[in-house]
Design a protein around this ligand. Structure first.
Ligand SMILES: Cc1cc2nc3c(=O)[nH]c(=O)nc-3n(C[C@H](O)[C@H](O)[C@H](O)COP(=O)(O)O)c2cc1C
Length: 372
């Protein structure tokens, strides 16, 4: 019997499906709901020490729809991290762990470039009983204006230094969440893993402009007639997320064996999850997918992933983790292999032609010649 249960960085998950940081983990009520529905782990909405600096606007979402005008395939948000106070969050973390002692609760944290602030945040969350941390080095809007989030994630030196502050304070596993808004995601990943983080998560949202309203001529989402570039998520980002996860997995394999990857970006089904795991992910996060399909969507996702495993005879996630990684190579190598295959096919054709010529046809030809 195939199983989805897995142990990642010592955390025991009933399945690899993790709620990604964002609206689906915005308070105690929804996090408890996620555990009741069977999610493998929940990452809460990102928190910081001083929520009074976090001021959201409305509207803060923009959607890209498929040609049917209904299906949402791309989602932009200009939402900031949590605007709820740290005191409230600490209380709620305690209550969530009381209600779901087995549930894996992950605190997503973000602070300014200040060692004491990061240390305090880690210590207060640990005292409240969280099981592990995700460091938000990747929010692409709003927070970078305060040199936080994506601004830190784009600078491997700063990211490495902050990660080492966290590693000095944390006794629980730490994942660093990577920004895709960078040319080589291996660079910040290397900095986080070299600083001792047990794993990385990838990707956060892609900096984007969802569209321009052709009546008002204003870009969207329009706040008092203006906007600011936001973060793009949902189905449309999956190919980019898969590429970046592949690059991270190759780096982990060659330089940091044993470290882990939590893959995300556009996951909506068990098949999507299988693709991330085939490219080396240990767990798979879902954020926008939960906003589109609800907390109950974990059940069909588990069923679909199990069906995939049974179809291939895989009993555990480890049986196929990273199994597709060996099939990436350079374009030059693709050209070489194709040339080689074509040459082999051509040679085969000639052998076959010779073979045909020296068979019955050859006899018939000789007879014809003999007949004159
Ligand atoms: C509305 C919204 C709010 C988000 N807020 C956070 C956040 O507070 N912290 C964080 O690390 N990521 C945040 N994210 C990013 C997601 O966790 C995730 O990295 C990204 O959306 C890609 O995954 P998805 O396609 O499954 O949503 C947010 C995403 C959305 C759509």
């Amino acid at each position: 019997m195939a199983t989805l249960a897995t142990i990642v960085d010592g955390l025991k998950l009933p399945n690899p499906f993790v709620i990604g940081s964002g609206p689906p983990g915005t308070n105690m009520n929804v996090i408890n709901r996620a555990f009741r529905e069977g999610w493998g782990a929940v990452i809460a909405k990102t928190i910081s020490l001083d929520a009074s600096k976090v001021i959201n606007v409305t509207p803060r979402y923009g959607k890209l729809k498929a040609a049917d005008g209904k299906e949402v395939i791309g989602w932009e948000n200009i939402e900031l991290i949590s605007d709820r106070s740290i005191d409230i969050w600490i209380e709620e973390f305690k209550k969530i762990k009381d209600a779901h002692p087995e549930g894996i609760l992950i605190a997503s944290i973000m602070e300014e470039f200040n060692k004491d602030a990061w240390t305090e945040l880690v210590q207060r969350c640990e005292a409240a009983g969280v099981d592990s941390f995700e460091l938000n080095f990747s929010c692409p809007h709003g927070m970078p204006e305060r040199k936080m989030g994506g601004a830190m994630g784009q600078d491997p030196d700063i990211l490495g230094e902050v990660s080492s502050w966290v590693m000095a304070a944390a006794t629980k596993p730490v994942w660093a969440k990577m920004t895709p808004n960078i040319t080589h995601i291996e660079e910040p990943t290397r900095a986080a893993l070299a600083a001792g983080c047990q794993g990385v998560s990838a990707i956060n949202t892609i900096r984007s402009v969802i569209g321009v309203n052709l009546e008002t001529l204003r870009p969207e989402p329009s706040v008092e007639g203006y906007t600011t570039p936001g973060g793009y998520s949902s189905k449309a980002v999956k190919p980019i997320a898969l590429r970046m996860c592949m690059e991270i997995s190759q780096l982990i394999k060659s330089e940091f064996p044993g470290r882990t990857l939590s893959g995300l970006g556009g996951v909506e089904s068990g098949e999507d999850a299988a693709e991330f795991i085939l490219l080396g992910a240990d767990t798979v996060q879902v954020c926008t997918g939960v906003m589109k399909f609800g907390y109950g969507s974990v059940k069909p996702m588990c069923d679909q992933l199990l069906a995939f495993m049974e179809r291939h005879g895989f009993e555990t996630l480890a049986d196929f983790k990273g199994a597709s990684l060996p099939y990436f190579t350079t374009h030059t190598e693709l050209v070489r292999m194709q040339k080689e295959r074509k040459a082999a096919a051509e040679a085969q054709k000639m052998v076959k032609a010779d073979g045909e010529w020296s068979g019955d046809d050859f006899v018939a030809q000789s007879d014809a010649l003999a007949r004159g």
